[in-house]
Design a protein around this ligand. Structure first.
Ligand code: UDP
Length: 324
């Protein structure tokens, strides 16, 4: 396949690029390097510096690169609390950016899109394990922007005979086995890297946001997936829509969840995790777990990596980038 990866210098995008190259595909990366880093882009991928919210940047890539089979989109803003404070930025980047991307795909005749959506579209789930046809009622602007984009993609693919593979991610963590890439950002907000930073002494103490949720230990439960498992799913999804000329929407999760305290306990074998319980964080549902039977049935995708693999590879990657 010839694949254009928009956001291929970011955390998940760079892992998708690594797996696409290991699977012998031709990979083009477009990224504005706002949060991604150029050294995260695999040397075998061709790189275009460009912004998805700028038509001329998209046109430059599509003018130069003929016969793209699939566009994969990873260029989203994704921090829940930030989205609560800056909703317009989230709608602009996440919705308007994809609108322009789809417009370019239509103009240049590219027919297949793989889109990264999120469990946040489900909002506060009504049943313990989310299934793809559950009601979607996001409770924060991040989830709302992704749901709006999902719907836009569906209508556009319907109107122009295109195919989509929409993946709803749950909580992604871990780093590539090479340790060349991983989550390398300032101001980290996600749980597992904050836990590993605390183990490494980069933080003295971490905060647990609320222990009065309706869960067995009172802390929020999430479904954690290794970034390499997620990247592999993208290859399966792209091949599925190409070969079957059909659109799909699939959860990427594990059918299983861990509470914040369980994650801290699991990481404690690598070192002490100092923490304090503080107020709840805005926009956090108590429990988000994915049913992954659709991913298994349609794509044959089963996550291979465990919570310990996520903690261990993230810790090793963080040790490497911080010289610890
Ligand atoms: N969390 C926490 N302390 C932190 C970061 C996260 O207690 O420093 C909690 C957060 O409130 C949520 C869970 O860990 O319940 C996962 O949060 P994260 O930001 O990793 O992912 P999200 O589920 O928001 O996408």
């Amino acid at each position: 396949m010839k694949v254009l990866v928009i956001g291929g210098a970011g955390y998940i995008g760079s892992h998708a690029v690594y797996e696409l190259i290991r699977d012998n595909n031709e990979v083009i990366v477009m990224d504005n390097l706002s949060t991604g880093k150029e050294n995260m882009i695999h040397k075998s991928a061709k790189f275009y510096l460009g912004d998805i919210t700028k038509k001329e940047d998209l046109d430059k890539v599509f003018d130069s690169e003929k016969n793209i089979d699939v566009v994969m989109h990873f260029a989203a803003k994704l921090i829940v609390p930030e989205s609560v404070k800056m909703p317009l930025e989230y709608y602009y980047n996440n919705v308007e950016g994809v609108r322009l991307m789809l417009d370019a795909m239509i103009r240049y005749g590219v027919k297949n899109v793989v889109f990264s959506s999120t469990a946040a579209v489900y909002g506060e789930p009504i049943k313990p394990i989310c299934e793809e046809d559950d009601i979607t009622l996001p409770i924060n602007p991040y989830g709302a922007s992704k749901l709006a984009t999902e719907n836009m993609i569906k209508w556009v693919c319907n109107a122009y005979n295109m195919n989509y593979c929409i993946f709803r991610y749950f909580n992604v963590a871990g780093a590539d086995k090479s340790l060349d890439i991983g989550l390398d950002k300032d101001n980290l907000t996600h749980l597992i890297p904050i836990v590993t930073q605390t183990i490494l002494g980069i933080r003295n103490k971490m905060k647990v946001f609320g222990d009065d949720y309706d869960t067995p230990d009172g802390t929020c439960i999430r479904d954690y997936i290794h970034v390499t498992d997620l990247a592999l799913a993208h290859i399966l999804g792209a091949k599925y829509i190409l070969n079957n000329n059909k659109s799909i929407l699939v959860n990427l999760g594990s059918n299983n969840g861990y509470s914040v305290k369980e994650v801290i306990d699991a990481a404690s074998i690598y070192g002490k995790v100092n923490y304090e319980i503080v107020e709840r964080r805005e926009g956090d549902p108590a429990k988000l777990i994915a049913s992954n039977s659709k991913a298994k049935d349609l794509l044959g995708w089963i996550p291979k990596y465990t919570l310990d693999d996520m903690i261990k590879t993230d810790l090793e990657f963080r040790r490497k980038i911080n010289n610890k």
